[in-house]
Design a protein around this ligand. Structure first.
Ligand code: 13P
Ligand code: SF4
Length: 304
């Protein structure tokens, strides 16, 4: 570790104690950010952790919708997102107004929103889900028709696993869109024994060549299995740091070094330190929206 990083980390940890803060980091964060976090996890685990922490301040190292979810669950805490530009492009592919229009046309359908959505969209939804529990959430519904927003690919994947009729929204993740089946086959050529795991945000033709389709938390669990020695990983590159750290001796092969979520990478040790010094940027969801969005999130959390 460079001296500069060591000093930054020392300052962050000192301020963290002074502010009674907790640092939560998503599995896609930079390795040095993951290493200083109190908890590293997937979207579901991060919201569960936010809900149960007794810290005064949550420093959220992830993207905007994740910090919003923490603010929805913990209105009395200060939720800091070290860089306000760290938004998820998929979450920006839907607005509450456009969803209200679509709901009028599909009025019989239950609305399930992927957690990668703005708080206002959650407030318009019946229930929320993450990649870790999407099928369970859909199966828990009474009706046969579901309007699934905003990820068309996760929605399509779910439709292959349930008998319910899924109406899709045309959103997608630009990072997972970069993954092509040929890229996986190329890595596989040199590593024929390797298993292939991909995120359900991937295109159907990518899912078709995978051994397992899992969210990031599921991937971390899968990698710990005894029989896994070599794993081709079809998701954002940041998870490779955690997989290697937790499984020394096993081989983790990214499908490409270019599968990067640039917004996730805006969070750095520097921005975390500034955020703790200035106590901003703060993410706070207006109360009227928060109450409605909380109901959709809590229905999901109650199912886990
Ligand atoms: P996970 O919930 O699987 O961590 O996914 C979050 C995400 O943004 C995937 O692109
Ligand atoms: Fe959003 Fe994709 Fe980045 Fe996940 S990887 S935060 S879905 S843009």
């Amino acid at each position: 570790m460079e001296n500069r990083d060591a000093k930054l980390i020392e300052d962050i940890l000192r301020l963290k104690r002074q502010r009674k803060a907790i640092i939560l980091a998503h599995n896609y964060q930079l390795g040095e950010v993951q290493d200083i976090a109190d908890f590293v996890g997937d979207s579901l685990e991060l919201s569960q952790n936010a809900a149960k922490t007794n810290a005064d301040v949550i420093v959220f190292c992830g993207v905007h919708f994740m910090a919003e979810t923490a603010s929805i669950l913990c209105p009395d805490k200060i939720v800091l997102l070290p860089d306000m530009h760290a938004g998820c492009p998929m979450a920006d592919m839907i607005t509450a107004e456009r969803l209200r229009e679509r709901k009028r046309e599909a009025h019989k359908a239950a609305v399930v929103c992927y957690v990668n959505s703005p708080a206002e969209v959650k407030a318009e939804s019946d229930i929320c889900c993450t990649s870790a529990n999407a099928i369970k959430v859909i199966e828990s519904l009474d009706g046969e028709e579901v309007l699934f927003v905003p990820d068309q690919y996760l929605g399509h994947y779910i439709s292959t696993k349930t008998n319910k009729r899924i109406i899709l929204w045309p959103g997608f993740c630009p990072t997972h869109m970069r993954i092509r089946p040929e890229m996986i086959m190329e890595v596989k050529q040199d590593h024929p024994q390797a298993k292939v795991v991909v995120h359900p945000e991937c295109r159907p033709e990518v899912i078709a060549v995978a051994d397992e389709v899992l969210g990031t938390g599921g991937m971390c669990k899968y990698a710990r299995r005894e029989e896994i020695e070599e794993l081709i990983v079809g998701t954002e590159i940041g998870i490779i740091h955690r997989l290697r750290k937790e499984n020394p001796g096993k081989k983790f092969l990214p499908v490409s070094e270019q599968v990067v979520c640039p917004r996730m990478k805006l969070i750095t040790l520097e921005s975390i330190l500034w955020s703790l010094q200035e106590m901003k940027p703060e993410v706070k969801v207006p109360e009227e929206i928060r109450i409605k969005a909380k109901s959709a999130i809590n229905k999901m959390l109650a199912l886990v």
